[in-house]
Design a protein around this ligand. Structure first.
Ligand code: CTP
Length: 420
């Protein structure tokens, strides 16, 4: 992976505790999520893990002591601290937490903390008595007040064989929370930048357009108590609806089942089954200038819905006969009027680009937003996504970003199509 493609720069601080080896796993997870990671260790951390391990994995000098004659950078704590998007401490000891809380800068890592403007996330790991000590809790409260984020330690058997809170949180969860914070920080930075007069004027760049969008999953009844459905949360579709409304678009959301609430300033039409969604879309379609199919619509539904609850019998198997639902997206593109632009989503688990392109042709779409739902950060209930936007003219590979950021990118491509 080339350096230019790295999306975030993380400074990983490793302190002296038995959990130090787990920092290696966090490092690998962040690298897999396309982050550039540089490592700083406390002197005690090097008793648990050799700097060489991190050096080999990051292909970079590992900073322990900036006065060390081998240190290639004489003002390393400034250059390191000011070129990161996040300072992540894994594991953090009671000692380093105390130093951070009191502004003590007596080694490289603690100097870096003071010299950095980047958000800071701390994943502590220590003995339960040290964790519960009033001094530690007071220092944590002070750091929280200073805006530092914590990934709380969990309860379990500790290295000292006692059981209690103090065990480092699961490495997957630490990496997930770090990525979420990175995305949110970038988003709020972008939002701040957007407050300038120029961008405020250009946010109404889609004024005059009318968007009809399907969102969420559908439910197909089997009997009065059971149904077939899927994991769609509605977050992606709602993000598109929200950003479109902010950009001056009149928005109608045909909303299936979602786990989050719709944004403000949009009209919401409820439709639970694929058939209801289809009817609602066809009714609203004449008013639309853009249609986006973001819903996860069931492709099949039970052919006969039982009037009463299906009872369990002695039979070991039960066969449900399914029939096809209407393909809403294909029906919309087959009934185009005026300059209607039609956008589809393709959530795939394999051969993403090829399947997405074939959907674009088969369903006669102007744009397809394709994503591999098996990728970390691109799943159903996630606040982030990793997508490729495909049009007849080519494709744009996008890195991990929040669903709202992706929504804006999709709308940017819609504008380009309108201008062609
Ligand atoms: N879609 C739709 N109506 C359906 C099924 C899908 O409008 N009955 C839309 C979705 O909202 C999405 C796009 O079609 O924008 C792609 O959905 P997907 O389920 O991936 O497509 P399918 O054609 O059903 O292909 P697959 O075989 O991958 O399920």
């Amino acid at each position: 992976m080339s350096e230019s493609k790295k999306i975030f720069r993380v400074g990983l601080g490793v302190c002296g505790g038995i959990a130090a080896y787990k920092a290696i796993e966090v490092l690998r997870l962040l690298q897999k999520a396309n982050c550039e990671v540089r490592v700083a260790m406390t002197r005690h951390a090097t008793e648990f893990v050799q700097p060489l391990t991190f050096r080999a994995l990051t292909e970079n000098y590992v900073l322990v002591d900036d006065y060390d004659e081998n240190n290639p950078d004489p003002i390393a704590h400034i250059n390191f601290s000011q070129n990161i998007d996040l300072l992540l401490i894994v594991p953090a000891t009671a000692n380093v937490i105390a130093k951070f809380a009191n502004g003590i800068a007596d080694d490289f890592l603690t100097s870096t903390y003071l010299a950095s403007n980047a958000p800071v996330m701390i994943a502590p790991a220590m003995n339960v008595t040290m964790w519960n000590h009033a001094a530690t809790q007071r220092n944590i409260a002070a750091l929280r007040k200073d805006g530092v984020y914590f990934v709380e330690p969990i309860a379990g058997e500790l290295a000292c064989k006692t059981v209690g809170t103090g065990k480092l949180e699961d490495v997957e969860n630490i990496a997930d929370q770090a990525l979420k914070l990175l995305v949110e920080s970038r988003e709020s930075r972008v939002e701040r930048e957007n407050q300038t007069l120029d961008s405020r004027l250009s946010t109404l760049d889609l004024k005059g357009e009318s968007l009809l969008i399907t969102v969420g999953g559908t439910r197909e009844a089997i009997d009065p108590v059971r149904f077939i459905s899927n994991h769609s949360s509605g977050k992606m579709g709602f993000a598109v609806a929200e950003m479109a409304a902010k950009r001056g678009v009149r928005v109608t959301v045909v909303c299936g089942v979602t786990t989050v609430s719709p944004p403000a300033n949009v009209e919401v039409v409820r439709a639970v089954s694929a058939e209801e969604m289809f009817q609602a879309v066809m009714k609203k379609l004449p008013e639309a200038t853009i249609f986006i199919g973001a819903a996860a619509v069931a492709d099949y539904r039970p052919k006969n819905v039982a009037d009463a609850k299906i009872k369990k019998t002695d039979q070991v198997t039960l066969t449900l006969e399914l029939e096809k639902t209407p393909d809403i997206l294909s029906n919309v593109s087959g009934n185009r009027h005026g300059n209607l632009l039609v956008v589809g989503f393709a959530a795939e688990t394999n051969d993403v680009a090829a399947y997405a392109k074939s959907k674009m042709v088969r369903k006669n779409l102007d744009l397809v937003v394709a994503n591999d739902i098996t990728k970390k950060g691109a799943g159903f209930n996630s606040d982030t996504n990793i997508a490729t936007i495909i049009s007849r003219k080519g494709e744009i590979d996008l890195p991990l970003m929040s669903k709202r950021e992706l929504a804006d990118k999709i709308l940017d491509e819609v504008i380009k199509l309108r201008q062609n």
